[in-house]
Design a protein around this ligand. Structure first.
Ligand code: ATP
Length: 239
């Protein structure tokens, strides 16, 4: 049976050395759900994604993924368990081909599955498939961003965490990347999306959390009336 909760974050506290950044974060994501994580610069969104992905140790609280305690998992184990993190401004290897970039992302999959998985993700991104033999550096910024997402998808994650996938993209390419998020949702893949483009993020999301100063200050369904206005007030601490 499908568990109701895929990711359960409870009371997470984390930071950098003596600097506390996350002050007790609670968050849930159901299988196949698209959830936006919004908030002003410095709110702690990237730090939360890093903690969930096993890149940053937390000092209190717990992360459960697919029923499993992720305390000692680390980034590799997390990715193997189906929790994949595409970092902000991820840059692909510019001197090797698109296909080789994908092959690198597939390095720990069984050898016999790699080629099929590469074809699978290339089908999702026709604009990259057309350039599969080109070097990564020959792709536009938007295409490189798509290749970064494709590298994440090659493991068929159950939860894909995207940190500002629209950063530096033209409006048309932003729409294209967010259309991929909608496709993932339709295919049953859960997504945790950090975005600055509030309206666009809400348009592809089921639910939303807003953070400010290391705390969750709002949780809502993405289609709730007046949400952009409520979000703005939550950001500035008047909600
Ligand atoms: P942005 O949209 O600007 O990335 P964010 O919500 O993702 O914002 P974080 O990047 O998580 O916020 O930053 C939260 C806080 O942690 C900020 O005060 C930031 O200065 C601090 N911080 C981030 N990375 C480090 C680091 N490596 N060392 C020390 N402090 C850091």
């Amino acid at each position: 049976s499908v568990p109701e909760t895929l990711l359960e974050v409870s009371g997470i506290e984390a930071g950098y050395g003596k600097i506390a950044v996350l002050h007790g974060i609670d968050m849930r994501i159901a299988p196949g759900e698209v959830v936006s994580l919004l908030g002003p610069n410095g709110a702690g969104k990237t730090t939360l994604l890093r903690a969930i992905a096993g890149l940053l140790p937390w000092t209190a609280g717990s992360v459960r993924f697919d029923g499993r305690d992720m305390r000692d998992a680390g980034p590799r184990e997390s990715a193997r368990a189906g929790l994949v993190h595409v970092i902000e401004g991820h840059r692909v290897f510019t001197q090797i081909s698109v296909t080789d970039n994908l092959l690198l992302a597939a390095y720990d999959l069984p050898r016999r599955e790699r080629a099929a998985r590469i074809e699978e993700v290339l089908e999702t991104f026709p604009e990259i498939a057309a350039k599969r033999h080109d070097k990564g550096g020959a792709l536009s910024g938007g295409q490189q961003q798509m290749l970064a997402v494709a590298q994440g998808l090659i493991r068929r994650p159950r939860l894909l965490m995207l940190d500002e996938p629209s950063a530096g993209l033209s409006p048309v390419l932003v729409d294209r990347v967010l259309a991929v998020v909608s496709d993932l949702r339709a295919a049953g893949t859960a997504v945790l999306l950090v975005e600055q483009l509030i309206e666009k993020a809400l348009a592809v999301s089921d639910r939303v959390y807003a953070m400010a100063q290391g705390r969750i200050v709002l949780e809502a369904k993405a289609n709730e009336a007046d949400l952009p206005h409520r979000l703005e007030r939550a950001y500035f601490g008047q909600d």
